[in-house]
Design a protein around this ligand. Structure first.
Ligand SMILES: Cc1cc2nc3c(=O)[nH]c(=O)nc-3n(C[C@H](O)[C@H](O)[C@H](O)COP(=O)(O)OP(=O)(O)OC[C@H]3O[C@@H](n4cnc5c(N)ncnc54)[C@H](O)[C@@H]3O)c2cc1C
Ligand code: SF4
Length: 573
């Protein structure tokens, strides 16, 4: 039954591990039971998926359904390789979902991402030997074989913001499921550490044998809030904080990463990023001070307390004192809880030290976080976050050392028409850490770095989108129309755009995936004569040659190791 249910889910949502519980709930909002508890479809979907994954060969069953799903009448099985190759830039939800759809239409897909993607053992991913022969991956019997312990897992780097933005609330093993599913496909290869616009430019891609480029590079540019002194020490972008936390693993006990957070902390913003930032900051603080105490004690035991303290300046000494006191309190609570056989409760403690306050210029009911995923608002309240509504930041006030100590906010009022207006009332909030999550804008950096390549929309925010006409001509999409192509058109080569980079699909994971689901059909249109049930023999060679060229360009291999002197070794890459 679960397999049948999963097959049905996957007709519309083949990459369903990336959605569901704690990610999306648009469907719940559309449920007719709004005056009582709506049907929790995200939880049902995720449960169906995990029921299948935990069956013997469960991962293989999911993986098979991405290639062969008999109840998907439109595309029940993958088509043979059609000789055309698409470079998908960005391996976030939009990019990996697009890859899935294009592979099933028979395209060769080359994924590139600027981020490092961990290499999983070829036993599980399969791959090709040096002669290009496909090596079948070892089938996975138990899902546990590929699962990582969440608090110890190595950052995989695949999945865009789902990996480095969205936090531990969501089981990131699902990203590994998606990654392995794609990595095993015969005509998919992903290259990491490749920046589109830097490592590779458009013309390079055509020369290497790419037939189409799909841009799914997300929305990375943070919005700057208009607040006086918004660059003083202690203030940072929320995305920067989250990325540092995830990439460095600062919250792990054995990580040496240095990511300092002081309380009270204030998060400015009303989106899901703001909520994730607030809950992560709240959870990170006790871990940080306890780790600090352990390391301080170890250093003091070795070098003596006086010597250790002499390394700090006056400002740092104050912080050290606070961290040591708080670290001791956290340790005591951990011991109390262990003795009582309970889980430790750090919430009252963190709150008494100033806690984490989320300040938003509107009411929370009007916030994007509430609209997109109200459950996360509920969870954050349970986790101890303070909320302060209708507060607009005006100025950051530094302490004697130049670091932030307070934020001045202007209270906001709401008119009967629902418009927010400035009131004359100012409020001061203490804050030693300020994390700004005021939204992001789409990644159109390529155009800024290579002016004249793409037309931007009238606000210079998104790429201007175009539709494809009957004869493959580009027609500008009107405001109420959806187009997937950018203005780029050279010698019959086009570039399309998806996810947070697309004006109509930006905003969340489901929309990013929907852009792929709707947009791949447009790419198929360009190559309509090539997408067929049967293909001539010999096409395969095209793909192998492409991969050889790309391996040559993108992969570093060790050619020689020369021992020059007993202490100098030369490595030739
Ligand atoms: C903290 C946080 C929490 C969120 N919570 C939720 C949630 O609960 N539910 C929800 O639905 N949505 C949530 N979102 C939004 C959601 O994550 C995004 O809308 C979604 O990830 C967009 O997918 P995408 O594929 O378009 O872009 P991204 O996920 O941003 O992926 C873009 C990829 O492109 C790569 N890239 C960028 N530039 C280049 C380049 N020049 N060359 C090569 N590669 C490049 C990046 O490294 C990245 O991997 C959250 C976002 C954040 C930041
Ligand atoms: S993918 Fe769509 S249907 Fe599935 S849980 Fe998310 S919002 Fe609901």
């Amino acid at each position: 039954r679960s397999i049948g249910a999963l097959g049905i889910i996957m007709i519309d949502n083949p990459m369903c591990p990336g959605t569901g519980h704690r990610i999306c709930n648009d469907c719940m909002k559309a449920c007719i039971y709004q005056k009582q508890d709506p049907v929790n479809i995200p939880q049902i979907e995720t449960r169906t998926l995990t029921d299948v994954l935990y069956l013997p060969w469960g991962f293989e069953i999911y993986s098979l359904l991405t290639r062969w799903n008999p109840i998907n009448v439109q595309r029940p099985y993958e088509l043979p390789y059609n000789g055309k190759n698409v470079m998908v830039v960005g391996m976030g939800p939009a990019g990996y979902t697009l890859s899935q759809y294009l592979l099933n239409e028979g395209f060769g897909v080359v994924g590139v991402d600027g981020l490092k993607i961990e290499h999983v053992h070829p036993d599980i991913t399969g791959g090709r030997d040096k002669d290009g022969n496909y090596i079948t991956p070892k089938p996975v019997y138990k899902y546990k074989e590929i699962q990582d312990e969440l608090d110890k897992r190595i950052f995989l780097g695949f999945g865009g913001v789902s990996e480095y933005g969205i936090t531990v609330r969501w089981d990131k093993n699902f990203l590994k499921v998606e990654f392995l599913t794609l990595a095993r496909r015969k005509h998919f290869k992903v290259y990491d550490g490749i920046r589109f616009g830097g490592t590779i430019e458009i013309e390079d891609a055509w020369k290497l044998g790419i037939d189409h480029i799909a841009i799914a590079t997300g929305a990375g540019k943070p919005t700057i809030v208009k607040m006086k002194s918004n660059l003083i020490r202690g203030i940072r972008k929320a995305s920067d904080f989250l990325m540092a936390l995830q990439l460095t693993g600062a919250a792990k006990k054995d990580s040496l990463a240095n990511l300092m957070l002081q309380l009270p902390a204030v998060v400015i913003g009303g989106g899901l990023t703001a909520i994730d930032t607030a809950t992560e900051a709240f959870a990170y603080y006790p871990v940080q001070v306890e780790k600090f105490l352990d390391r301080y004690e170890a250093s003091a035991a070795e070098f003596g307390e006086e010597k250790v303290m002499s390394m700090y300046d006056e400002e740092e000494k104050g912080i050290v004192k606070t961290f040591l006191e708080h670290g001791a309190a956290v340790r005591a609570e951990r011991k109390r809880a262990a003795d009582a056989g309970e889980s430790p409760n750090f919430v009252p403690m963190v709150r008494s030290w100033g806690g984490v306050t989320l300040c938003y210029r509107k009411t929370i009911n009007d916030s994007p976080a509430y609209r997109l995923n109200h459950e996360e608002v509920i969870k954050s309240l349970e986790e101890g976050i303070y909320y302060w509504e209708k507060m607009n930041p005006v100025e950051a006030i530094p302490n004697d050392y130049g670091a932030v100590k307070e934020i001045i906010f202007r209270k906001q009022g709401k008119t009967d028409e629902g418009k927010y207006i400035d009131l004359d009332e100012m409020v001061i909030l203490q804050a030693k850490t300020v994390l700004v999550a005021a939204g992001t804008s789409p990644n159109v950096i390529y155009e800024r770095e290579h002016p004249g390549t793409f037309e931007l929309d009238e606000w210079k925010q998104f790429f201007q989108t175009y539709k494809l006409g009957e004869n493959n001509e580009l027609i500008k999409a009107e405001a109420n129309e959806t187009g997937f192509f950018t203005s780029y058109n050279k010698e019959g080569k086009y570039i399309s755009v998806y996810g947070d980079n697309h004006p109509r699909y930006a905003g969340n994971v489901v929309k990013a995936m929907a852009s792929a689901k709707d947009g791949y059909k447009e790419v198929v249109k360009i190559f309509r004569d090539n997408v067929k049930d049967e293909q001539p023999a010999g096409l395969e060679q095209n793909y192998l040659e492409l991969v050889n060229r790309l391996d040559n360009e993108f992969l570093a291999t060790v050619e020689q190791v020369n021992i020059l002197t007993p202490t100098i070794i030369e490595v030739v890459l």
